[in-house]
Design a protein around this ligand. Sequence first.
Ligand SMILES: Cc1ncc(COP(=O)(O)O)c(C=O)c1O
Length: 395
Amino acid sequence: MTELDPKAYQFATLAIHSHQAPDPETGAVITPIYQTSTFEQQDAGKHKGYDYSRSGNPTRSALEGCLADLEGGHHALCFASGLGALTTLSMALFKPGDHILCGDDVYGGTYRFFDKVFRPYGIDVEFVDFTRPDLVRQRVRPNTKALYLETPTNPLLKLVDIEAMVAIAKSHKLITILDNTFASPYFQRGLALGVDIILHSTTKYIGGHSDVVGGALILKDDTHAQALRFHQNSLGATPDPFASWLTLRGLKTLALRMKAHEANALSLAQFMEKHPGVESVIYPGLPSHPQYDLAKRQMLGFGGMIAVRVKGGLDEARTFMKSLKLFTLAESLGGVESLVEHPALMTHASIEPQVRNAIGITDNLVRMSVGIEDAEDLKRDVAQALDKVLALAKV
Ligand SMILES: Cc1ncc(COP(=O)(O)O)c(C=O)c1O
């Protein structure tokens, strides 16, 4: 089987076949795990394309090639984690004295890296409400180099208007970077909307089974790709062959899984919105979401993440989470199994309480990663847990 022309095939086909032709040596249908740190050279400096697994490995190449096709990019680079992708990207593209504008509702670890680790190196990162393009435009300075956006955001599922950000970036010659972890390439293709670089925590929907940590960068531009490739090798935050293989195996079913995540999330969001134990539900696929129209315009689907404010405060949120039987209390998201977490105490605990509250990460906010279990089972589980919240409120 020769390499597929990505323009001639649909997403689900590419996820299974792109850069994953049967092994020409043995006929193995599945890309082997090239569990080797080094490769024989035919002569000093002469090899078959691989010399050392930090620099490159055939299993990782298959994953990188497939991801590039799925995001509509020309290059993809994989990392040992999403934060490995972020740190490598940051060191490759920015230097002391640069200014970066970043959304104020990004993943807590992204905030922590920019605020606590990168800033002391002399890079000024400013956090701005990216749902307000007017504000973002005002904050651009002569030394601004990039807009760093995440949409839908974590955990509040706010949407950033990607095309509006790209327009601002283009008029000031800035690089746009989009963390596409929540939507996955199945539901959102930033490169087609003019974004320069896509970042993923492949730990989430792309891997899809909560069994491997990884990250990826996908882009079209050759010059940036070269700088990133150099830093990927120089910094060494690369995934090992088995992690690459697990991620590639998960990726094969991304289309199927995303459809199931979305169907389950929509049905749960609609159900919870009517429940008296709930103050509000945040889900981009609900007409009550303030950016429902934008979601329909820029996304190809609404995804599997829900944020819910239960009636009450921390006690009620704890009761809700503890009463759920099918949702495991755990950080992370995007696996086949449903998870629940408390952003203020868990994923976003590294953000100072006053900042957290100001951006809406309140004590009654619970984030749900809706899995692909049976929809009615999930609904029954959520119903009984919300009934316990109501009972507590009456005490
Ligand atoms: C939106 C988003 N971006 C980036 C990351 C960081 O990825 P990783 O945990 O793979 O380093 C996460 C992790 O939760 C995330 O949710």
